[in-house]
Design a protein around this ligand. Structure first.
Ligand code: HSE
Length: 320
């Protein structure tokens, strides 16, 4: 029996200025996915979901679980046979806008890949991870899967280059900043949240959003915190999704009036919110405490996490 364990990081998608096309990977929060492969079970050719660390909201059916769907897709495509045992230890909260389904999908294919005699490249693994993401979120969204797999900040360019389907453009990660994340205790399903979005966009909103997005790119490449701060504005999605997140606008108002805060927005489709701020201990602990007090006063449960930008993406942390 061969065994590999992969760590796959949480991710923040959209980042205010890049709905469905921007995402970055978060260090220190992730899922652990273990694949055990017994090649000697001739005649039996199956995936067995072993542990789900007591997550009742995650499907234990092979065809409905993001990690096993990805594993199945890769195993079938590469014509691998035997019994595959899959264990999932969720470190990422579920339906929280932190790319939990993407991480489990990515982790399973990265773990299986480590057991192959001729491993595939990360780019080759992408399609299998997307099969898993599609099974639970209803779409082949790359803005979580790509940064989870590749690490760093990524722009997913949807089919605008000649003869090329979606391509991936790695971007610089901001220096001197960290992400402070709050996850209020409200489950938001990405597929349901997307169904409620308005398809029509007034031209003036398009122009303003485009200007913000372009200024943001300049800010990233120049590591110019002032430009990042001015540009991190979500004109289109925030007015629609903000009200679904407890205290969203109150926390936004508070954050954007603090020196040292560079940006605030919805992580993916929520319920998590991200705060980009200077990576300074005192500032971070003061802002964390003040926001926690706001949640407490409103009797809303929340989790919070401080994450650096991760540049590695999913990786193998154990093999036997
Ligand atoms: N961009 C997606 C959304 C999130 O906001 O609906 C995950 O891919």
């Amino acid at each position: 029996m061969k065994k590999a364990t992969a760590w796959a990081p949480a991710t923040t998608a959209n980042v205010n200025v890049g709905f469905d096309i921007l995402g970055y990977s978060l260090a220190s929060v992730g899922d652990l996915i273990t694949v055990e492969w017994d090649e000697n079970t001739s005649g039996r050719d199956e995936i067995i979901l072993k542990t789900l660390n007591n997550h009742t909201s995650i499907s234990d059916q092979v065809l409905k679980n993001t990690a096993s769907v990805s594993l199945l897709s890769m195993k079938n495509d590469l014509k691998l046979s035997g019994t595959f045992y899959l264990s999932i230890e969720k470190g990422i909260p579920v339906s929280a806008g932190l790319g939990g389904s993407a991480a489990s999908a990515v982790g399973s294919v990265v773990a299986l890949n480590a057991l192959l005699e001729q491993p595939l490249t990360k780019t080759q693994l992408l399609k299998y991870a997307l099969d898993g993401e599609q099974a639970v979120s209803g779409g082949r969204h790359k803005d979580n899967v790509v940064p989870c797999l590749m690490g760093g900040f990524n722009l997913v360019v949807p089919g605008v280059q000649p003869n090329q389907e979606d391509s991936i453009h790695p971007l610089p990660t901001p220096e001197g900043l960290a992400s402070l994340l709050f996850t209020p205790d409200v489950a938001i399903k990405t597929s349901e949240s997307r169904d409620q979005l308005n398809d029509n966009l007034p031209l003036k909103d398009h122009t303003k959003q485009l200007a913000c997005s372009m200024l943001f790119m300049a800010g990233l490449y120049e590591n110019n915190h002032e430009k990042l701060r001015n540009s991190l504005q979500d004109i289109i999605i925030e007015p629609q999704r903000g009200p679904t997140i407890p205290l969203y606008f109150e926390i936004k108002d508070y954050c954007l009036n603090q020196n040292g805060v560079v940006g605030f927005g919805i992580s993916g489709s929520g319920s998590s919110v991200f705060i980009w701020l200077k990576n300074e201990k005192q500032l971070i602990s003061r802002i964390s405490e003040e926001i926690l007090t706001m949640f407490e006063q409103n009797k809303i449960k929340t989790q919070h996490r401080l994450c650096e930008f991760d540049n590695e993406g999913a990786k193998i942390i154990g093999m036997s």
